[in-house]
Design a protein around this ligand. Structure first.
Ligand code: SF4
Length: 493
């Protein structure tokens, strides 16, 4: 278990806090055993094609707090992802019947002069301008590599402006070069919220925190039937609502990779119990998840009825899908816990999971409970995944593997990855709303989408005929892990 300290302005990155890695190749069971034995070690790539930036992950949580503003203290290029989050924000407003409004994102435009003379004056002026223009209830300052290198005192500036403007002005230390694991950016955002926004509880409420991205509100009905209210955090919440997430009766998360830090922080600092189980994907996962919910909310009889009713309703339908998908081969590329959940879903539906390229691996989550390990659950319940690699979106590795294994379907989690399957004529599915796949009904929703994707192969077949692949024949004939420092001798493809 990691110990959450709110005294430090900066969150400890995942490499140090959890021992997380971005390089591994072997089997899923081997990875689980090494992680559980404390023997996980990073295999370093001698060539890296691209990476994400933790600043984007921090922004993805902070940018949709409805009455907050973001000041990105950075060269303007670091703000290249603003439009993307504004788009997601606007779409999410429509699906929630919220009035349309643009995100309130500002950038300090750090330039060469600032890197020599310092950028804090520019930062102060930008924070004041943001305050005057949009009157936010809080301002989050996200940091960048440039301001971290020159050593701008962002914490001191934020504290001073907080007093001057009489609202929380909160530094969020999420510069990209801080960590190779971009999900450290989620932790940085949550650290800034728990450190400076959340207040001690006044009383307990019947609310259940749901740490999520911006998916559909699938927990409302279940929690209402049990006498509780779902409180979706952090996107689309308000500063006032975030102040008292400490009053919730429990915290559940759609994905432990996303919410591990916030769940643990609320439990350790304010005593809000965190659900500790693999996420509820697939029949077995949902059974475990609901039984943990029984304990946390003390609703055993009611939830057992739900489990029974849903098994009767769904199992015959699932069986029909299993017959359709039996023998089909799938390959997954996704973030950690969600990727593990996709393994469970596909195996539950009868697919053979040939392999997975998962963006990083946390040997444990902040709560330290082995029971929360989504990959261990998938391996224990459905068996091993023979070709499992931890790969932080290195497209050259992925293309090499795909061109060799040629699955019937590729499942991708991030938009930039789907094109690689499509270029090879492999039907590729990306579902942005992870809530759509959660729970018993989620399995059926997923089966439908898989069927649609497999039935519409013509598009990718035609696309592949007119696509060029940027990798040479030489590379595609190499061992896909040619550039990955090996941790063992394993046979590859
Ligand atoms: S990695 Fe650094 S320079 Fe690149 S976008 Fe992130 S903060 Fe900016």
């Amino acid at each position: 278990m990691s110990v959450i300290s709110l005294k430090e302005p900066e969150v400890v990155i995942r490499e140090k806090r959890l021992g997380s890695i971005t390089g591994f190749e072997g089997t899923a069971s081997d990875l689980v055993q090494r992680a559980q034995a404390g023997k996980l070690h990073e295999c370093t790539r001698s060539f890296s094609q691209c990476m994400n930036c933790g600043s984007g992950n921090a922004l993805c949580q902070l940018s949709m707090i409805r009455d907050a503003a973001i000041v990105n203290h950075a060269p303007v290029g670091c703000a290249g992802d603003f439009f993307n989050y504004n788009y997601v924000y606007r779409v999410g407003q429509m699906s929630r019947d919220l009035p349309p409004s643009n995100g309130r994102y500002f950038n300090t435009n750090v330039d060469e002069n600032d890197t020599i003379f310092g950028g804090t004056v520019k930062l102060e002026n930008t924070v004041r301008a943001a305050y005057e223009r949009v009157h936010p209830k809080a301002i989050f300052i996200t940091t960048s590599c440039a301001v971290a290198i020159i050593g701008d005192d962002v914490e001191e500036t934020a504290n001073r402006l907080s007093e001057e403007l009489n609202i929380p002005v909160v530094a969020c230390f999420c510069e990209g070069f801080r960590s190779k694991i971009w999900t450290s950016g989620f932790d940085a955002a949550y650290h800034s919220i728990v450190r400076k926004i959340v207040k001690p509880p006044r009383k307990k409420t019947n609310k259940v925190n749901v740490i999520n991205f911006w998916g559909s509100h699938i927990f409302d009905e279940l929690l209402e039937s049990l006498g509780y209210e779902a409180q979706y955090i952090v996107p689309f919440s308000t500063v006032a609502a975030l102040e008292y997430i400490s009053e919730a009766v429990a915290t559940i998360q759609i994905c432990p990779t996303l919410g591990t830090y916030l769940g643990a922080a609320l439990e350790q600092v304010y005593g809000v119990p965190e659900m500790k189980s693999p996420p509820g994907y697939g029949i077995a996962g949902t059974d475990i998840w609901l039984r943990e919910l029984e304990k946390v909310l003390d609703r055993e009889a009611e939830i057992e009825k739900v489990i029974l009713r849903e098994h009767v309703r769904l199992l015959p339908q699932i069986e029909a899908y299993r017959k359709i998908f039996q023998g089909k081969k799938a390959y997954i590329t996704a973030g950690a816990a969600h990727g593990h959940s996709l393994i469970a879903l596909l195996r539950e539906l009868g697919f053979t999971v040939q392999g997975a390229a998962i963006f990083h691996h946390d040997p444990f989550y902040d709560n330290g409970e082995a029971v929360s390990d989504a990959l261990a659950h998938a391996v224990k319940t459905y068996g091993d995944v023979p070709h499992y690699n931890v790969c932080n979106k290195q497209a050259y590795e992925l293309m090499n593997i795909l061109s060799k294994v040629r699955p019937d379907i590729m499942i991708a989690r991030h938009g930039g990855m789907t094109i690689w399957g499509a270029k090879l004529g492999i039907p590729t599915l990306l579902i942005g709303d992870e809530q759509l796949l959660f729970g018993y009904q989620g399995l059926l929703n997923y089966a439908e989408r898989l069927l649609e994707t497999l039935d519409n192969k013509e598009f990718v077949t035609n696309l592949s005929k007119h696509s060029t692949i940027p990798y040479t024949k030489w590379w595609l004939e190499q061992d896909p892990f040619f550039f990955l420092g090996r941790n063992q001798n394993v046979e590859v493809y």
